[in-house]
Design a protein around this ligand. Structure first.
Ligand code: DX5
Ligand code: ZN
Length: 218
């Protein structure tokens, strides 16, 4: 089944524990944690202590998306923080392949992300064979609540084709402006994991689970 990853950036930060518990019992769900450093992207979110509090309480796997200039540092310092998937940006890494190898030692899943202006060809076959996830950004990273950029469809299709020809196993994740208006087409293009912030959280708490299912049950 398609994995849905609610982005906690859009949740009620003062009631984070209740927000997490609202998704209890949902199958194939990851919590998406957006880590921004005010440098790789203009915004700043949260870091180590908050990440650890979330992973401790979370009834689901935690997927951390690092929009930071020094992913090598975060990979090392957060290795015991309970993160399931560690995604970094290819635009930020000094040497993506050696970072992937290091992260693989400490994290069950390792992802690499490309910004809207970065082409799929920036990801070598070696990288694509080594990662567990490729994150296609469908908005400029840094802010929630932006409009989806349709150029993501072709990137997803290209990645799905490459995955097949390489015999690789990575998940294809898409992040930014995902709603019930584009989810079906994204899945048809080859996406396995949809990140959604505003769409899931901008409703009443009793409706979160319905919002999640509306992205994958057609
Ligand atoms: C953007 C973040 C996204 C964001 C998605 O920089 O990486 O994860 O929270 O939010 P929506 O779904 O509102 O576009
Ligand atoms: Zn994200």
């Amino acid at each position: 089944m398609t994995i849905i990853s609610p982005s906690l950036l859009a949740c009620d930060f003062l009631n984070m524990e209740f927000e997490l518990m609202a998704f209890e019992g949902v199958k194939d769900l990851w919590f998406h944690l957006d880590i921004m450093d005010g440098h790789f992207v203009p915004n700043l979110t949260f870091g180590h202590p908050v990440i650890e509090l979330i992973t401790k309480k979370s009834p689901h796997k935690c997927d951390a998306h690092f929009m930071v200039t020094n992913p090598e540092f975060y990979g090392e310092t957060l290795k015991n923080a309970g993160i399931h998937n560690f995604t970094f940006h290819v635009e930020a890494a000094l040497d993506s392949m050696s970072l992937i190898k290091n992260l693989k030692i400490n994290y069950p899943s390792v992802g690499i992300s490309i910004k809207p202006k970065t082409s799929v060809s920036k990801l070598s076959d070696e990288i694509l064979k080594a990662v567990d996830l490729v994150l296609v950004m469908s908005v400029e990273p840094g802010f929630g609540g932006q409009s989806f950029m349709p150029a993501a469809y072709d990137k997803i299709k290209e990645l799905a084709k490459k995955r097949k020809s390489l015999g690789a196993h990575f998940q294809i994740q898409v992040d930014g402006g995902v709603t019930d208006k584009n989810a079906k087409e994204l899945i048809a293009a080859g996406a396995d994991n949809l990140v959604a912030g505003s769409y899931v959280f901008k409703t009443t708490k009793d409706n979160y689970k319905n919002k999640v299912e509306s992205l994958r049950s057609f």
